[in-house]
Design a protein around this ligand. Sequence first.
Ligand SMILES: Cc1cc2nc3c(=O)[nH]c(=O)nc-3n(C[C@H](O)[C@H](O)[C@H](O)COP(=O)(O)OP(=O)(O)OC[C@H]3O[C@@H](n4cnc5c(N)ncnc54)[C@H](O)[C@@H]3O)c2cc1C
Length: 403
Amino acid sequence: MVFPFGNIKDFSITLTDEEELFRKTVRQFVDNEVMPRVVEVEKSGEIPEDLIQKGVEMGFTGVGIPEEYDGQGGGTLLTAILMEELSRALPAYGTGLLVNGLFTYPVLRYGTEEQKKKYIPPVARGEVFAAHASTEPAAGSDVAGIQTTAEKKGDKYIINGRKIFITGADKAKYFVVSARTNPPPDKRKRWWGITVFIVERDWPGVEVGSRFDVMGLTGEHPSEVILDNVEVPEENIIPPKDEGFKILLDTYDHSRVGIAAQAVGIAQGAFEKAFNYSLQRTAFGRQIIAFEGVSFKLADMLTEIQAARLLTYWAATLADQGREEAVFAASMAKTFATEVAERVANLAIKIHGGVGVDKETGVEHYLRDAVITTIYEGTNDIQRLTTIRQLLKKTLGIDVLIR
Ligand SMILES: Cc1cc2nc3c(=O)[nH]c(=O)nc-3n(C[C@H](O)[C@H](O)[C@H](O)COP(=O)(O)OP(=O)(O)OC[C@H]3O[C@@H](n4cnc5c(N)ncnc54)[C@H](O)[C@@H]3O)c2cc1C
């Protein structure tokens, strides 16, 4: 036994030849199609439509979605490999193609068969995009603190509220939206009374408002979503009603493995650039890799990346096995990998010297992107709270709601 886990075999990660083949295919696509366009995206602030379409044609929007709903199949691990490889070049591209998962996961896991049949296949095929609208001006980490309301009127619900920082909202046709359908019974059960709805962009009262001009993930601008007396049919509730908080937390427990993978990709991309540069650049008559000040940085970067990748693949493996410890592992992986990405990206800039801060070099964006990974889908403070909560639950059986 390795405290607090039950068995040393809990740490096993098994990868298949298919997964390796998939990784190679994605990497080749990224090297040919995405890498050459990174600077263009950083300068224009937009991901070109043809690049999005190429990703759709490769089937990336269907990865992690069962074939019966027109997906490509595969689970958390395969999705993590995809996210890592896309983020190695352009993390915003990974976010843009895979943010759909924040919509498809709750629908596939909790939705009715009608909801799955109607909403999943077009998203899996990449014909439409979807987004996840939960954060509000007064409630981010505090998911139970949302103020959006959904009031029952006949067989419909009328939703009013304002969501902010919604990734992919500008191109989304479908949203999952959290809203309060009932007041909480008491202070200790604040989470109760929240319901998750599927809302369509075309419905009257749905407005995608201004974009947020964020420091990183250039090209993938989150936007505000305003819901003004939006009529939503009762059948668009993702059941169970009033227990949507649990659906939201389960969604984030699952999706944060993807953010850990994105961070591994960021770190890997920054490392490869720094390593190549250290071989090309000479100073004082030598390649700069010959200086310990450079080579020791590279050694530490590589060590941290491998540790982050192991944690991430381990979390993904546990998630695919449906293990309870997956929540624990995902929080640890997200915290560690995103902070490794920050450190590695920062060191990669330093190894490049002056050109490291020149946007044309295409390395400084990794640091700006990495900072966002430490914040979205649950800040690392919240991940640390989750880790401690899971530890207390596993070792003492105490279930404290501290997230
Ligand atoms: C680029 C980007 C994209 C996003 N995309 C989406 C999206 O698609 N959909 C969506 O719904 N949301 C999205 N978000 C919102 C994101 O999930 C929230 O920003 C995040 O959860 C933090 O919430 P907050 O911004 O309200 O910060 P707050 O919750 O106000 O936190 C502020 C600070 O206080 C700390 N803190 C808060 N509570 C605690 C606590 N209990 N213990 C310790 N520290 C605490 C936090 O760690 C943080 O440092 C996105 C955000 C960004 C930046």
